[in-house]
Design a protein around this ligand. Structure first.
Ligand code: AKG
Length: 294
């Protein structure tokens, strides 16, 4: 495979595939070591939830010895979808593990191939603990842009990463290739999951085939915020853990009303790249120490 012309890690063939098809799968991009800070953050949250359930008398065992892939599912096995959704259908906790993952050079190298070396990590990042039997686990067809219709930011690149093997049983991502240059379609808010996902009607999907994207742990699926995608229900007994991270060029709308993103990479101003402390403090701009009096 030949290296692409732009900076970044993608080959010419990968770039060509992304440009034509509107998505790209990078199998096994990340190692266990790359994923472990984010997994730690997820474990921390699960323990917090287990403790709350215990205090509320909803469970009598925090299941601390259970593996990452099943503990959360087991905690809610005898509870209702509403009990689960109290914690949200997806989580956006500001825990260090997520910053480390979002700043991972392997991810940024791939993104750099698509948008160049000035990379802003968009404030919208989600952990998705898709547990069995909860309708909100299945995400209807949508374009991510429907969640920020007024934002002047284009492209926003999603990097979707599973922390367990994602397959057609536990509800992997599905995509409609070549939809990445579409305009924003008229969406509606669905009402059956109880969480108000944005959704499209069947007749808006056109005749383009659907591609299921089963991928092993640590793979990355890249696509932009116009590309049609969805995920199916989790029919397994375990949790389909994933994160979706987002990046955009630094000259785009930082979407402040969605939270504080951060400067993840700058080839021009490397000294301005956010530190963990900047991110935890939700500082939007990161300047070198000596120029802070400007
Ligand atoms: O992880 C999923 O099931 C859906 C993800 C998704 O829709 C997204 O990342 O925009």
């Amino acid at each position: 495979m030949t290296k692409g012309l732009a900076g970044g890690s993608l080959t010419k063939e990968q770039l060509q595939f992304y440009n034509e098809q509107g998505y790209l799968v990078l199998p096994g991009l990340l190692t266990e070591e790359d994923l472990s800070p984010a997994r730690e953050a997820m474990n921390e949250k699960v323990s917090m939830i287990a403790n709350e359930l215990l205090q509320a008398g909803l469970i009598d065992d925090m299941l601390e010895d259970r593996p990452f892939k099943s503990r959360l599912a087991e905690l809610f096995a005898d509870l209702t979808a509403d009990d689960f959704l109290k914690y949200g259908r997806s989580w956006r906790d500001r825990l260090p593990g997520y910053f480390h993952l979002m700043s991972n050079p392997k991810i940024l190298d791939a993104v750099e191939s698509l948008i160049g070396g000035e990379i802003f990590a968009n404030p919208v990042y989600n952990t998705r603990p898709k547990i069995p039997r909860v309708a909100a686990g299945a995400v209807p067809w949508h374009q991510d842009k429907s969640y920020w219709p007024d934002a002047n930011s284009n492209p926003v690149i999603t990097v979707w990463i599973p922390l367990v093997d994602a397959n057609e049983i536990n509800g992997c991502l599905h995509i409609k290739p070549r939809t990445h240059r579409k305009k924003l379609l008229q969406w509606h808010q669905e009402s059956h999951s109880g969480t108000g996902y944005t959704a499209l009607h069947e007749e808006q999907l056109g005749r383009i085939e659907t591609v299921a994207l089963p991928v092993p742990t640590g793979s990355a699926i890249l696509f932009n915020d116009r590309c049609l995608h969805m995920s199916t229900p989790n029919e397994s007994d375990e949790v389909r853990w994933s994160v979706d991270l987002r990046y955009q060029p630094t000259d785009q709308d930082p979407m402040r009303n969605h939270g504080a993103g951060f400067l993840a990479r700058s080839r021009i101003y490397p000294e301005r790249v956010a530190t963990l402390e900047d991110w935890l403090a939700e500082r939007l701009e990161h300047r070198p120490q000596e120029s802070s009096a400007e």
